[in-house]
Design a protein around this ligand. Structure first.
Ligand code: HOC
Length: 381
């Protein structure tokens, strides 16, 4: 079945069937009424390519550089929480697949594998670490130290989470971490015996940032996220972290300017996959303005709604140096473990290459604003 999945949405469909409902909904869902999530996808649907023909595309170079190192396509695997819940192989499987494709992998503070274990299990993958500012700054400083010690080359600070978003699907499903088999979830559990067997027979979840945890996602975020974080914390991290510093979750030109002035090497234009503030700005629509203002001083990445190689090409043409994916690889992981992630990355790579050829461009540098236009009105399309 996996081999016949011809798109990320096919993988999503397999993932939906193979995982318990609460787990699928945690991954697939977003905040509130999921208005922003739908808008993120609609923005990509509004993109119309402007292809050139008769351009000799027999050889195309899809590679570029992200934060000083080469990548085969403009893509990095973004941070995702609780990845061993989506599939027992979890973060190490994703990181190894990323390594095989030469792509960076970002371990989340909310990951279910420690920084040390991930480094040991994916030693040749380029590893980035994502940090939430903790209420306890010493704890944040400790992650910085561990990330340096374990050879992570980039620190990604997420700034769109002063509190946890209202994820209504989780509330309705009575979602907990780790997931628990209860009377009300028993029927659904009986439909996914493989998932439960694997989940219950592999090692209990180990967290990147906690000794152990059990509770709801909201309880966890209240324990960790620091609502008092300010731009001074970005300056502090700039001092403390010797590698590349990325700020993720920027949603206005003003904040983008401030983060670059505070020392960020790259920004991720992102609304956290629409999982925090419903009705937040649509990343693809924000991207050109932020890239125009800050793109000379920092690399600008896009995160949110990327589901195909064509989406990657569209984001690059609209000003992104590269894109981050989350759900796109998680669907692969849930559908088929490590092989499923390979499959997702293969699809994205093939689609991106084909899009470049069909657009008549032979290098990523030629993917400019001339190759795209946005159709129609954002609110009606
Ligand atoms: C309300 C839960 O970035 C995600 C992760 C982890 C955030 C936990 C907050 O799932 O969006």
């Amino acid at each position: 079945r996996l081999r016949r999945a011809a798109s990320i949405s096919d993988l999503r469909e397999i993932a939906r069937r193979r995982t318990p409902r609460a787990v699928f909904d945690y991954t697939d869902g977003a905040a509130g009424d999921e208005v922003s999530a739908a808008r993120s996808r609609r923005a990509f649907e509004r993109v119309e390519f402007v292809p050139r023909v008769l351009r000799d595309v027999s050889v195309v170079d899809t590679s570029t550089r992200m934060l000083g190192k080469p990548v085969p396509i403009p893509l990095a695997l973004g941070p995702t929480g609780f990845t061993r819940m989506m599939h027992h192989a979890g973060e190490p499987a994703v990181a190894r697949a990323a390594g095989r494709f030469g792509l960076p992998y970002t371990l989340s503070t909310m990951g279910t594998t420690s920084l040390e274990r991930l480094a040991a299990q994916a030693p040749s993958t380029r590893r980035w670490f994502q940090l939430y500012l903790w209420r306890d700054r010493d704890a944040s400083a400790d992650f910085v130290k561990r990330a340096i010690d374990c050879g992570y080359d980039t620190l990604m600070l997420t700034v769109d989470t002063p509190i946890g978003g209202a994820r209504l699907r989780d509330a309705r499903n009575g979602m907990t971490i780790p997931p628990a088999l209860r009377l009300r979830t028993f029927v659904d559990g009986a439909r996914h015996p493989h998932w439960w067997f694997n989940f219950l027979t592999t090692e209990p979840l180990e967290f990147a940032s906690l000794k152990h945890f059990a509770g709801t996602p909201a309880e966890l975020s209240n324990k960790i996220f620091d609502p008092s974080a300010t731009i001074d914390d970005v300056r502090w991290l700039r001092e403390a972290w010797p590698g590349k510093l990325v700020v993720k979750g920027v949603q206005t030109v003003e904040d983008a300017e401030a983060c670059v002035a505070a020392g960020a090497d790259a920004l991720v234009v992102s609304n956290h996959g629409a999982r925090q503030l419903d009705r937040s700005p649509t990343p693809l629509e924000l991207l050109p303005g932020i890239a125009a203002r800050c793109g000379e001083r920092a690399e600008i990445y896009l995160d949110g709604g990327v589901r195909s190689g064509g989406d990657i090409a569209a984001a690059v043409a609209l000003g992104a140096r590269g894109v981050l994916i989350g759900r796109a690889y998680l669907y692969g992981l849930m559908a088929g473990g490590e092989r499923g992630v390979d499959h997702a990355l293969r699809l994205l790579t093939t689609e991106f290459t084909a899009t470049m050829r069909l657009l008549g461009v032979t290098s990523v540098a030629e993917l400019t604003g001339e190759r795209v236009r946005m159709r129609g009105c954002p609110c009606c399309s």
